[in-house]
Design a protein around this ligand. Structure first.
Ligand code: PHE
Length: 341
């Protein structure tokens, strides 16, 4: 019997030598000292042992069980340590490897300019009001002193959905809607997409406008000049000057075209300003009394100023862009130039 014990222990030891993973070790351990293991099976032979030797036999079996278990436990500690080290090695992070680049987007130049215009005017107390993109003939033309069949409509001939409904040719209808709802003082910006039957290097059938409207007591052309002088300094640079030239719009009287000193040559004359030193940036004027009256504002008490600019035009001047279509092509190489992180 003694010999059997020794053999079993040697067999366990030999098998233990061959084990290289803690998972296998667990199974092999069960084969010896588990519930139906070989050592446990020895206890079943107890019935053949003479009664006076049973206690000693039982102790021997238990000692063997403890001895073999300890052998396995020692090996288990070693294997676990080895496996942990292998896991660490496999998961090692090389902190010196350069990180993979994260591509960042950039704000579209039209949005950069739009935000700058908003900042400039909102800093002067303007609020933003957005009107509908599809509007009626009344709001687009009639309420702006452009009756049906008036030749001034040719300037803004546009896309009709029905005889009476069209894609707005300017954001002025939004201003009419504000005047109808609210009595002065009014100080709003009306931004948005507008549509016209135009298509060349400097005109697009769809473009973005921002129009401004101020209605209050005693508003004059001087206020318009002061407001726009301040705006161009913020938009271009401190030295930028404005020049008013007489013009015509049915909804303003008097009407002006506003030029600024060229932001490239500062008035000396260059290819951007075609040698004149000046660049036209927007149309403006004092709101025609008819327009105020049609919207329910007393023109004997109140007067207004209005201006309208194209965001594309300002963007092209500011960044020296010669073809308006570049702004809509979504060419990433072009757009990346505006990434100013
Ligand atoms: N609505 C005009 C246009 O789209 C711009 C403008 C607005 C001119 C206000 C004068 C005053 O051309």
């Amino acid at each position: 019997m003694q010999e059997k014990f020794v053999q079993l222990k040697e067999k366990a030891k030999a098998e233990l030598e061959t084990i290289t993973s803690s998972k296998v070790l667990f199974d092999v351990k069960a084969k010896y000292v588990g519930k139906s293991g070989e050592v446990t099976a020895l206890l079943r032979g107890m019935k053949d042992v003479p009664a006076d030797q049973r206690a000693a036999f039982g102790k021997m079996v238990n000692d063997l069980k403890v001895e073999i278990s300890e052998l396995f436990n020692e090996k288990e500690v070693l294997l676990k340590e080895k496996e942990l080290q292998e896991k660490f090695d496999a998961e090692k992070v090389d902190v010196t490897i350069p990180a993979s680049p994260v591509a960042s987007g950039s704000i579209h130049p039209l949005n950069i300019v739009k935000n700058k215009i908003f900042d400039a005017f909102c800093g002067m107390g303007f609020e933003v009001f957005e009107g509908p993109e599809i509007d009626t003939d009344y709001y687009c033309f009639q309420a702006l002193n452009i009756p049906k069949d008036h030749p001034a409509r040719d300037m803004q001939d546009t896309f009709y959905i029905t005889d009476n409904i069209l894609l707005r040719p300017h954001t002025s209808p939004g201003q009419v809607r504000t005047m109808e709802k609210k009595q002065p003082p009014i100080k709003i910006l009306s931004p948005g997409r507008v549509y016209r039957a135009d298509d060349d290097a400097s005109h697009s059938p769809m473009f973005h406008q921002i129009e401004g409207l101020v209605v209050d007591k005693g508003v004059s052309l001087c206020d318009l000049k002061g407001l726009l002088d301040e705006f161009v300094k913020i938009m271009f640079d401190e030295d930028t000057k404005t020049r008013f030239r007489p013009s015509y719009f049915p909804f303003t009287e008097p009407s002006v075209e506003v030029d600024v000193t060229c932001c490239k040559c500062h008035g000396k004359g260059c290819n951007l300003c075609k040698g004149t030193g000046w660049i036209e940036i927007l149309g403006a004027g004092i709101v025609n009394k008819n327009v105020l009256e049609m919207s329910g504002i007393d023109s004997n008490v109140y007067s207004g100023l209005a201006f309208g600019l194209g965001i594309e035009r300002i963007t092209m001047i500011k960044y020296g862009i010669s073809d308006i279509r570049t702004l809509f092509e979504n060419n990433v190489k072009f757009l990346k130039q505006f990434n100013r992180r």
